[in-house]
Ligand binder design. Structure first.
Ligand code: ZN
Ligand code: ZN
Length: 336
């Protein structure tokens, strides 16, 4: 399936519901397929870290933030408006640059038109389901007013706790190898945490109170990623609390939090990637999560740890998988 086919040319089944589909079945991290295929694992790690990728860019941002825009441990010992405001502004700027930049590129300037776009529909205007009757304004408001605030609050908590000895600090000289490995393990931990809290958010009472706000977005844009209810932000970013037990350096905290906040924007672009000279040079949104927004009861996690595969909620993007998904949904609706 590729983007050159017009929607009319295709059947009206599962595939007919999408403007563009990547190659399916969707591939997940080979680290969780037995027996291990070391070539595949090496390729996965290489592809997600050693090119211009979301991850390598965020690692770069984390180091820059730590080097130029981070209060010293000394300062962080006492809570003061000065350094907290600095962190808040830093995060506000980062979110606006990433989500705003992607929004301008894909939806305002339409640089790539509809190429690699999963869903051909536009983001919604004059829609009462959204705050301010606008999907983009709604998404911006919740991302910036609530998302950046909760993100900042967790960073402040961690830096203050580290500076006062309530959370353990890891320095490069303690163990250079572990210092590096921790970067690689962070997305794995986040994937584990995200799957479970996300399933919990789909528990009907919590869904109604909190997660329904994120699911106003049946179709998504970059600002949709961090558009959540404040309670969901508190739950979503709580993955960082692991570092009250596992020692980390402030730069690990920055990487972890920026990974949470910024990949929420990149993973909801609605496009598979960014084309440079007709080549997909930067993988962005996943069809996996795009399907979660369209069909709800599938693909709660991400591709880093295939929890959905382990627990039967995986939709791999094939028609067969879709038939199984519909069957499961019927069964659940009957309560059997
Ligand atoms: Zn959900
Ligand atoms: Zn989402």
């Amino acid at each position: 399936m590729n983007s050159t086919q017009s929607p009319q040319a295709r059947d009206t089944g599962f595939e007919g519901q999408w403007h563009y589909m990547p190659d399916v079945p969707i591939r997940v991290s080979p680290l969780f397929s037995w027996p291990w295929n070391f070539r595949e694992i090496a390729r996965w790690v290489w592809n997600s870290w050693f090119f211009v990728t979301e991850r390598s860019i965020i690692a770069g941002i984390a180091f820059a933030a730590w080097w130029w825009f981070q209060p010293s441990m000394e300062e962080a010992r006492t809570l003061a408006i000065g350094w907290i405001a600095e962190i808040y502004i830093r995060n506000l700027v980062l979110m606006t640059l990433v989500a705003g930049g992607l929004h301008l590129f894909f939806y305002r300037w339409r640089v790539q038109q509809d190429r690699l776009k999963y869903d051909s529909r536009e983001l919604r205007e004059n829609a009462r389901a959204f705050s301010f009757n606008s999907q983009v304004l709604d998404n911006m408001f919740w991302s910036l007013a609530s998302g950046v605030t909760v993100w900042t609050a967790y960073e402040v908590l961690m830096f203050w706790a580290m500076a006062n000895g309530y959370a353990p600090v890891l320095y490069w000289q303690d163990s250079p190898a572990w210092f590096i490995v921790l970067f690689f393990l962070t997305p794995v931990w986040i994937s584990f945490h995200f799957y479970w809290v996300h399933r919990w958010l789909h528990w009907p009472p919590l869904y109604r109170i909190a997660h329904a706000l994120h699911h106003r977005n049946m179709n998504v844009g970059p600002w949709s990623g961090l558009s959540m209810h404040p309670l969901e932000h508190v739950i979503f970013f709580s993955s960082i609390l692991l570092h009250f037990i596992i020692p980390a350096h402030p730069v690990h905290i920055l990487f972890h939090m920026q990974h949470q906040a910024l990949t929420a924007a990149t993973s909801h672009t609605g496009f598979e990637g960014l084309l440079v000279k007709d080549k997909n040079r930067l993988a962005l949104g996943t069809f996996h999560h795009q399907m979660h927004h369209r069909y709800f009861e599938c693909n709660y996690g991400n591709l880093e740890v295939p929890w959905d595969k382990f627990f039967g909620s995986f939709h791999d993007g094939t028609s067969e998988s879709h038939a199984k998904f519909k069957e499961r949904r019927k069964r659940l609706a009957r309560g059997s």
